[in-house]
Design a protein around this ligand. Structure first.
Ligand SMILES: NC(=O)c1ccc[n+]([C@@H]2O[C@H](COP(=O)([O-])OP(=O)(O)OC[C@H]3O[C@@H](n4cnc5c(N)ncnc54)[C@H](O)[C@@H]3O)[C@@H](O)[C@H]2O)c1
Length: 265
């Protein structure tokens, strides 16, 4: 039996229509898991479910706004009805808003916190209650470079919220570790997605700037999360909790602490 085997396990993944959420979902299914997939994008999340179904695994696609506590509770009711258990939560979806600190409105800051902090906390709480009752489970929250270092360029609300995501991860892992529930965070650097593509199209110099902070010499691809997702969902990581794991081509190693002259954004 492989350390990374996920047969018989059930995972919930948000943001499953695209990018990191889709890659995580496919990787977990490839290792045997069944999935409940959530996304705002109905067509995209159904496509991920269909791809998993073709692998011979069960996948239920749900159109769901994971910034809305009511919809999150409905998601978990559906999970209880369809699967009756949860072994892994990939807490991935969540939008930011870029705006200069002197211009951003308080409502926009609140919206970003609703997306990245309160929605994700609600997901952790719903998953955590079920995992604690079962005495086992693993949660992964997606943070960012912005969880641990300042980025500038209008990232004020995103950075404040991503900082909260790592503290949430540390507090939950501390509270729940002795009861069998692990909580970790993955902190990606720039992974190509539709919003990064838009920013690269608008500012042709930005890609070179990002690359100057990535010793590996390339931007991330969604598939870069696959190995970490399987590791953290599986028994191979049974003594890893409260960890903030960079997925960044070496960015944090050169840039942690805001090293002057190695600005990566
Ligand atoms: N790509 C990067 O460079 C990078 C770096 C650090 C952190 N992150 C974070 O990782 C997460 C995923 O990013 P990605 O690159 O996979 O983006 P992506 O745009 O490829 O995918 C995000 C998915 O989440 C869905 N979504 C957004 N808000 C939602 C909501 N409220 N409810 C349900 N679904 C929702 C979208 O429909 C989309 O399918 C985001 O929180 C992002 O901030 C991304």
């Amino acid at each position: 039996m492989s350390l990374f085997d996920l047969h018989g396990r059930v995972a919930v993944v948000s943001g499953a229509a695209s990018g990191l959420g889709r890659a995580t979902s496919l990787a977990l299914a490839e290792h045997g898991a069944s999935l409940l997939l959530a996304d705002l994008n109905s067509e995209g999340v159904q496509k991920t479910a269909d791809d998993i179904f073709r692998m011979g695994k069960k996948a239920v696609a749900l159109t769901c706004n994971v910034s809305d506590p009511l919809q999150i509770r409905q998601l978990f009711e559906r999970l209880d009805a369809e699967f009756g258990r949860i072994d892994f939560l990939g807490n991935i979806a969540g939008e930011g808003i870029l705006e200069k600190p002197e211009l951003i409105t308080l409502e926009q800051v609140q919206e970003v916190f609703q997306n990245l902090v309160f929605g994700r906390f609600c997901m952790c709480q719903e998953a955590g209650r079920r995992m604690l009752a079962a005495g086992r489970g693993s949660i992964v929250n997606i943070g960012s470079l912005a969880s641990t270092t300042a980025l500038g360029r209008g990232h004020i609300a995103y950075s404040m919220a991503m900082g909260a995501v790592v503290q949430m991860t540390r507090e939950l892992s501390t509270e729940w570790a002795a009861r069998g529930v692990r909580v970790n965070a993955i902190l990606p650097a720039q992974v190509v997605n539709p919003s990064l593509e838009k920013r690269m199209a608008a500012d042709p110099s930005i890609q070179a700037k990002w690359l100057s902070g990535i010793p590996c010499g390339r931007l991330g691809k969604p598939d870069d999360i696959k190995g970490l997702a399987v590791l953290l969902a599986s028994d191979a990581s049974s003594w890893i909790t409260g960890a903030l794991i960079p997925m960044d081509g070496g960015n944090m190693a050169v840039n942690a602490g805001g090293t002057i002259g190695v600005k990566s954004i």
